[in-house]
Design a protein around this ligand. Sequence first.
Ligand code: ADP
Ligand code: MG
Length: 464
Amino acid sequence: MKLDASNLWQDVLEDLAESISKPNYDTWLKDTIGISFQGSTLVIGTRSEFVNEWLERRLKPLILKLVAKRADEPLDIEFKTISIEKEDNNEKVFALQPQYEKAPESNIKEKNQQQSWASSQTNLRKNYIFDNFIVGPSNRLAFAASQSASNSPGKEFNPLFLYGGAGLGKTHLLHAIGHSCIQQGLNVVYLSAEQFTNRLIASIQKRNQRNFRNIYRKTDVLLVDDIQFIAGKEQTQEEFFHTFNELYEAGKQIIISSDKSPNKIKHLEERLQSRFEWGMIADLQVPNIETRIAILKEKIKTHQVKLESAVLYKIADICTNNVRELEGSLTRLLAASRLTGEDINVALVEDTLRHLQTTESLYTPPSIDLIVEVVCDYYKLENTDLLSSNREKQFAYPRQMAMYLLREIANISLVEIGRSLGNRDHSTVHHGWRKMDKGQTIDEEIKRDVSNLKELIDRKRRIA
Ligand code: ADP
Ligand code: MG
């Protein structure tokens, strides 16, 4: 009997449907077809190169076995990306798909369903991309692994586990992977472990855990920041364990960041620890002085200023702890120079960054009164205006700014801030803080005010 490629493959698909999970089947096999025989090779058409690679890697042995059984003889198989019909200049064209151009169709459908939720396009910072991440010996491995993970998601760097101290670029790399995967048409979910926990709790309370699971277990790429947060939280770990397994089984990419390596996270279940160690682990360390200077050069590109190399060297020399501190120092210097009209020179650097040269323990945060006073001065308001219940913008905006600064700079609790600012509820304070926190990325005025106020508060604190 002459074999028909299409029928043979249909039969094999039936067998496959019985032996692998439905999500896997739907994602990887549903849209495949038997095209032809080339000698003793059965050619199978798929939707994308991405699918080919996954099938090659995960299912080839099983498929070979099933094909041989159905065909009554051993045959080889080959996956080929074929003819996805698409509208191009109003003309239907059949095109071979370039590598990784498209995610499997089923994922695209899911993507539309998820758009309203955590789906990420919106919560990735625009400027956290690979292009402006400066690479040096301290982060080369983490950078290369991140790029590889985003070039071939779900492959050998799965999971990818990035760890390192605060301000060393973990979040930046996670977002960069996210951007790159989105560009490939993949569905990406980015969130912190804290958000994962909070949303899990909310879903339990609202009895819609199914919805929760659909979001996190059905994405192509899951990026979880600061996983150390789930330490000691049993139910979150349980949920994350299943999320991890389901994604992993389906060949989806998981990327995790943490402040420590998996084996150093206390109160982390062993089964999670071992899974985190399955793929690739890369650490980020404090950059050396050359890298710090290169980072400064990158950062000043966005501010129209030129800094002499002696100045750059001085800043990099003082800021040795992490990149966030380096960036923060640069922002302060720019603000100081704007406020005083002085050019940024080595003396100004030394003066402005003096606090970093003293030991940490000497640093005491500014008081509530000091912050409130500076805010009132800056906006030319009376203290009573700030504490009043008047919600007109001229009062509400400075009040929210004060909330933000009290929390950011002085680490004061929301409840305490509410109490100090005219007995307001902590949720009102949270709202104000968030508005300013978010606002800085979209609103130049907020950004400028925050930067000026921080500088003024710091000056005043040093005089006090
Ligand atoms: P982490 O998540 O490790 O605490 P972030 O990713 O938030 O650190 O980085 C802190 C800041 O430093 C961010 O603004 C980030 O863009 C910047 N940064 C860190 N590393 C680099 C780097 N190698 N090149 C450019 N910017 C960097
Ligand atoms: Mg971070």
